[in-house]
Write a protein that binds this ligand. Structure first.
Ligand code: ADP
Ligand code: MG
Length: 347
């Protein structure tokens, strides 16, 4: 059995996992497969460190079991010949075939496995070999996490737009901007912060100094009605050397006030450089407002989850935490996700 898991966790400079939420979300599916008698070859990518070797012991602790680490495909043959229950492949993205969506690589990673299970919701919007091609090689299924994510997010798609508030921030604006218009048309407000806001402000012709932008997104933002009154952009900022690193208090308050009257809030992306406490205020104010609001709260994204913890809030303060950031938004924008598509899911 091949399991496409998602162990793409943040790791600090001492090699310590900063947030184990994504790892823990894999547990029910792994346990379920083992109880059914499967032996599992787990494949995942990780972006913060180059090799899973760095965090192997911590991964084993989180999962409560030993993992046979397969540095090369030769190690997989040895694992398959053994009686060990669970193996972990080296970081899939170390092979260019993963992001290159290479057919031979897809075949290679599932070699010797009889079934494919995808449980990596956060990368389902990526056309990568382990997501989009490997499931075509052997009979394929969705894992329990994918099933839960799809069920919860589908509910948002079908709720009426009245009372719906979308809050978006963070980076990767080029993947986020294209969904803003879709979400604007289906909600009361879309409140923007982070680099995403810089892109939109730049598209409005505002001088944003040395603030970070996603250059690919500025062109996209011109396709968006950046003056739509339902689009809430920051009006004050916390700056450092000409760069806007956090939303200012007025703007953060305005979004927090919107939270009070919403019935459904979807949030992805920290509103500032939350890693530095100096630029965490807007994220803290807004995260708290979402948690305290009577609205149903759906939150997603690796850094968003990390920012919630950094602000001293419990994940249980929110109704549902998606493991996906970009994938969650793409799903909510009615896009077909390569990884779900290949499993036969149609939006
Ligand atoms: P998620 O993983 O939750 O989807 P992203 O990966 O899109 O979130 O974005 C998180 C990153 O965005 C964080 O590292 C944060 O520091 C950065 N960020 C947010 N606001 C700004 C800003 N104004 N300038 C630079 N970086 C920012
Ligand atoms: Mg991120």
């Amino acid at each position: 059995m091949f399991l496409r898991a998602d162990f793409d966790v943040a790791v600090n400079s001492n090699g310590i996992i900063q947030e184990d939420f994504r790892i823990l979300r894999q547990l029910p599916t792994i346990q379920h497969l083992l109880q059914a008698g499967a032996r599992i070859v787990i494949g995942s990518h990780i972006t913060g460190v180059s090799s899973f070797e760095t965090i192997l012991t911590q991964l084993e602790q989180c999962l409560g079991r030993k993992l046979v680490f397969c540095k090369s495909f030769d190690d997989v043959s040895a694992f398959l010949a053994s009686n060990e229950p669970v193996a972990l492949l080296e970081n899939l993205r170390r092979n260019a075939g993963e992001e290159g969506n290479n057919e031979a690589f897809a075949g290679r990673i599932v070699e010797g496995c009889d079934y494919y299970v995808n449980n990596a919701f956060a990368v389902c919007h990526r056309t990568h070999a382990s997501i989009a091609l490997a499931p075509l090689v052997i009979p394929s299924f969705a894992g329990l996490l994918i099933e839960e994510e799809v069920t919860r997010l589908q509910h948002i798609l079908t709720t009426p737009k009245e009372g719906k508030l979308i809050i978006m921030g963070g980076a990767k604006a080029s993947t986020k901007v294209p969904v803003v218009q879709y979400l604007l048309d289906r909600s009361d407000h879309v409140a923007i912060g982070g680099i995403l806001a810089n892109d939109i402000l730049k598209a409005r012709g505002r001088d944003i100094g040395t603030s970070r932008v996603d250059d690919d997104a500025v062109g996209l933002a011109s396709a968006l009605n950046v003056y739509d009154p339902r689009l809430i952009v920051p009006t004050d900022f916390i700056e450092h050397e000409g760069a806007m690193l956090d939303m200012g208090p007025q703007s953060a308050r305005a979004v927090a006030d919107l939270c009070k009257n919403a019935s459904l809030i979807v949030w992805n992306g920290p509103l500032g450089v939350f890693e530095n406490p100096t630029y965490r205020h807007a994220t803290a104010i807004i995260a708290r407002a979402i948690a305290e609001s009577p609205a149903m709260s759906i939150v997603g994204g690796g850094d968003t989850v990390a920012s919630i913890r950094a602000c001293g809030l419990e994940l249980s303060a929110f109704d549902f935490i998606s493991t996906g950031g970009g994938a969650m938004l793409a799903f909510l924008a009615g896009q077909r996700l390569a990884g779900l598509d290949v499993l036969g899911y149609r939006p």
